[in-house]
Design a protein around this ligand. Structure first.
Ligand SMILES: Nc1ncnc2c1ncn2[C@@H]1O[C@H](COP(=O)(O)OP(=O)(O)OP(=O)(O)O)[C@@H](O)[C@H]1O
Length: 236
């Protein structure tokens, strides 16, 4: 592995047996993620993005292939080690925030960090995502954009090696979506977190250091953006 390789997937395949039919969600995918980069994985519905994200995040295992995080092969892990891996190495951000409705913003973040070894200061992270005045609000008292900020704070405060975001702007209007993308960029730069976003929204690729395009379970193109644009300049 190169010095700054954070994750490496080798020959990853994922097959689903549907009665007589075998669906190949991923076909011999190779990829590398580098420390500190901002990656956007683009592809149409059904191209295998979520399957790949789930495997990188230790939520699912490949049918074949190896997945290394910081040189350790996570496909060798048992369930217990995978749980620790998900808890300590990965921050997840989903389209629908998945916050605990009966906990405040601060408590949602606190709960996620309680069992993590190297958690960051909760109030500092809530401040960084612009929620200092909303800490004691419950999810139902917040807008979609604010709830997504809580979800991002929750993921970042664990101090993971990698932030995996599945359509993080999918449920938001354009302006709010741009703000969330700007926040993810800030987290990438200020907290030096490697960020991966999966989306079918092509213009989002323009803010990435690297764009990985998928189709039918394969990576069909990897493109380095020499001059990624600021999210505020994205239009869709
Ligand atoms: N649990 C499953 N059982 C059977 N087939 C599955 C399963 N999960 C995914 N697939 C199939 O694998 C392929 C890839 O699905 P995946 O969800 O990874 O695509 P995607 O690019 O994330 O799509 P979307 O953007 O719609 O979420 C699809 O053909 C899908 O139907």
């Amino acid at each position: 592995m190169e010095n700054n390789t954070l994750m490496k997937g080798e020959n990853i395949s994922k097959l689903y047996q549907m009665g007589e039919v075998t669906v190949a969600a991923l076909k011999e995918v190779d990829l590398e993620l580098y420390q500190g980069e901002f990656v956007v994985i683009l592809g149409p519905s059904g191209s295998g993005k979520s399957t790949l994200l789930n495997i990188l995040g230790g939520m699912d295992l490949p049918s074949e292939g190896k997945v290394f995080m910081e040189s350790e092969d996570i496909t060798d892990y048992n369930d217990k080690k995978l749980t620790v891996y998900r808890r300590e190495k990965i921050g997840f951000v989903f389209q629908f925030y998945n916050l605990m409705a009966n906990l405040t913003a601060r408590e949602n973040v606190e709960l996620a960090t309680e069992i993590c070894k190297n958690a960051l200061d909760i109030d500092e992270v809530l401040g960084a995502v612009g929620l200092e005045d909303r800490k004691d609000h419950f999810p139902a008292q917040m807008s979609g954009g604010e709830q997504q900020r809580v979800a991002i704070a929750r993921a970042v405060a664990k101090n993971p090696s990698l932030l995996l975001c599945d359509e993080p702007t999918g449920a938001l209007d354009f302006q709010t979506g741009i703000k969330i993308l700007s926040l993810l960029k800030k987290v990438n730069q200020e907290f030096n977190k490697t960020v991966v976003i999966i989306t079918h929204n092509m213009p989002i690729g323009e803010m990435a250091d690297r764009v990985i395009k998928m189709r039918s379970g394969e990576i069909i193109e990897t493109k380095i953006n020499k001059n990624p644009i600021h999210p505020e300049r994205i239009e869709w």
